[in-house]
Ligand binder design. Structure first.
Ligand SMILES: Nc1ncnc2c1ncn2[C@@H]1O[C@H](COP(=O)(O)OP(=O)(O)OP(=O)(O)O)[C@@H](O)[C@H]1O
Length: 572
């Protein structure tokens, strides 16, 4: 069957508007391209039936659907389903919003030390997504199925996976690498490690970091312990794995550095892994990072045959039992009902991919899909979105006026690239009497500079952080009340993650998007993909804009001078 475009030609005809006396709202649908050949009923010419059809623009899909279904050809819904195939287990998600927050006292099985650790973090109850994951892991679900979570930014996904892992490992005897958490960026890894540290350390569990922050040697020393000669001779000296011991129970890693350890670090092994978490899954699956995922999955395929171990094996079964991993057993179809060791996986994102081609790489075991609400993209409940319409050439002026109107509030300004971030930050710093401290954060900077900037921003040393999309995913900075999209994001996913740096954990927040008039339509279109997508216009007092005009002009002159100076220097 031909594609919809071939069947129907839609034209927003201004000449027609004159005829019907309405402005641009009418669409002329011409069924001109539907040939007898592409039509399943020969001898039937639709052009004869629907030569011209006028309707309101918003009714177009319905009109097309009814026309085509009258013809018995096709239904719009079917086409949509066909173009976006969804894995069967994704069709029937569990709605996380139906779970209620649970006070810590009433969380079943929660380890008292873990409860205390949470209270020390100022947490008195679990959020809905945390309750849902707890039920499927520590609770009756008992980790029997892999967990896929699609829940809004700031809804508490980090603790949702950290708590069950820590609770399950609280009874561990031998220290081995049991849980691996993979995240896309270094700063996010540091943040996730801090969360794990807060809940895992009180239970005596060690958390490691593999991100390339320190030198490789330091990192290796923090992850793997080389056992003394005596220790290794207790067992088969040929077994290299017995000469090393993991110093950590849980490892938070970025894919690149994880691969470095897999490939080069002696004694670094994933063979004892129980839990694998892939945070920001859609981002991690989009980039191959030296095939980290297939490598991890292959290395965690247990060679552990304890369950079928003969009694006279060496080392003896009882000794090996202490050292080797006995994972949760699952029964897989086609496995002839034999139990087999299984790695439990949790994958999470605020914009989880539905692409079967991508998800299949995770090799999930009877996955359970937990989603907040009905739509794929959901913005935080207490987020207010605004559009700020202005001409391109005065964008910096409007930005400054907006920042001024927001007063002392912490704010992140997103731009489209690392270069734009650098230039915008430079220009803003040319506004002499702005009285707003502004710093830049982008992938162009050295990691050390970036981390320092982030720490200062967290502590409130300065108010406005101008950032590229390096800050978009997962970063949690307390007290950010406003996000400004200086450059309009291209995709709803980017909008969701940028806006999600505010209105976290039930707090209120605002997201302003600067755009020119001709960008409004595109913005409206992609916002329709998100739940709660109303986006009124925000206007700034014209007196404020007027007052800033002169300062803006002198800032521009200063900025140009700086740029030419920098160019001269670069030439010399
Ligand atoms: N049960 C809770 N009670 C109070 N605050 C919580 C609770 N759980 C998490 N938080 C806080 O909520 C904030 C957001 O949590 P987290 O970073 O895990 O969100 P997220 O869902 O992973 O967001 P993103 O999708 O942006 O990564 C954090 O500051 C965290 O400390």
């Amino acid at each position: 069957m031909a594609g919809l475009r071939e069947v129907v030609e839609m034209r927003n005809t201004d000449e027609m508007c004159g005829v019907v006396g309405e402005k641009s709202l009418y669409v002329n649908i011409l069924l001109v391209k539907m040939s007898r050949r592409s039509f399943p009923h020969p001898g039937f010419d639709p052009v004869d039936i629907f030569p011209h059809y006028f309707c309101y623009q918003e009714h177009v899909p319905n009109v097309i659907t009814s026309m085509l279904s009258v013809l018995g050809v096709w239904r719009m819904g079917e086409e949509k389903q066909r173009s976006v195939p969804v894995l069967p287990w994704m069709r029937d998600p569990i709605d996380v919003t139906l779970c209620h927050e649970l006070p810590l006292d009433t969380v079943p099985c929660l380890h008292p030390t873990l409860k205390l650790a949470l209270e020390n973090m100022g947490i008195s109850k679990l959020f809905p997504v945390q309750v849902a994951v707890w039920q499927e892991t520590v609770g009756p679900g008992n980790f029997e199925r892999d967990i896929c979570v699609n829940s809004p930014t700031g809804s508490g996904k980090t603790l949702a996976y950290a708590l069950p892992i820590v609770q399950m490992l609280s009874t561990r005897v031998v220290k081995c690498l049991r849980a691996l958490v993979v995240v896309p960026t270094r700063d996010l890894a540091l943040q996730v490690k801090q969360v794990f540290d807060a809940v895992a350390s009180p239970l005596g569990l060690r958390v490691g970091l593999a991100v390339g922050q320190s030198s490789v040697a330091d990192e290796i020393a923090s992850l793997v312990h080389v056992l003394g000669h005596e220790a290794s001779t207790c067992y088969d000296p040929r077994d290299v794995s017995l000469q090393f011991q993991s110093k950590v129970d849980i490892l938070v890693a970025t894919p690149g550095r994880l691969m470095d350890h897999i490939n080069t670090t002696k004694g670094f092994t994933l063979e004892h892994l129980y839990y694998l978490v892939v945070d920001e899954t859609d981002r991690l699956l989009r980039e191959a990072y030296q095939s980290w995922l297939p490598t991890v999955l292959e290395l965690t395929q247990s060679k552990d045959d304890d369950v079928f171990q003969p009694a006279d094996s060496f080392p003896p079964f009882s000794l090996r039992g202490a050292l080797r991993t006995r994972r949760r057993c699952g029964v897989e179809r086609g496995f002839k009902d034999k139990p087999y060791p299984r790695l439990a996986k949790m994958v999470l994102s605020a914009t989880l991919t539905q692409d079967p081609g991508r998800l299949v790489q995770l090799n999930l075991h009877h996955p359970l899909f937990l989603r907040a609400g009905k739509m794929r993209y959901r913005l935080p409940e207490n987020l207010e979105s605004y559009k700020l319409i202005c001409e391109r050439k005065v964008k910096p002026l409007y930005l400054v006026a907006l920042l001024k109107s927001l007063g002392e509030e912490k704010c992140i300004v997103f731009t489209k690239s690392v270069d734009s971030t650098h230039r915008l930050c430079k220009l803003l710093n040319c506004f002499g009497d702005l009285q707003i401290d502004i710093k830049e954060y982008s992938g162009l900077q050295h990691q050390r500079v970036r981390s320092k900037t982030l720490n200062e921003f967290r502590k409130g040393v300065f108010q406005v952080l101008v950032s590229s999309d390096a800050m978009t995913r997962g970063m949690d900075v307390e007290g950010v009340r406003n996000v400004i999209n200086y450059d309009m994001p291209k995709y709803i996913k980017t909008y969701v993650h940028r806006a999600g740096r505010t209105a976290r954990a039930g707090q209120t927040g605002r997201c302003f998007t600067l755009m020119s008039k001709d960008e409004v339509r595109q913005f409206k279109k992609f916002m329709q993909k998100a739940e709660a997508s109303s986006c009124p216009e925000h206007t700034l007092p014209s007196s404020l804009i007027e007052a800033l005009q002169t300062t803006y002009q002198s800032a521009l002159t200063k900025f140009k001078e700086k740029i030419s100076e920098a160019r001269k220097k670069a030439k010399d």
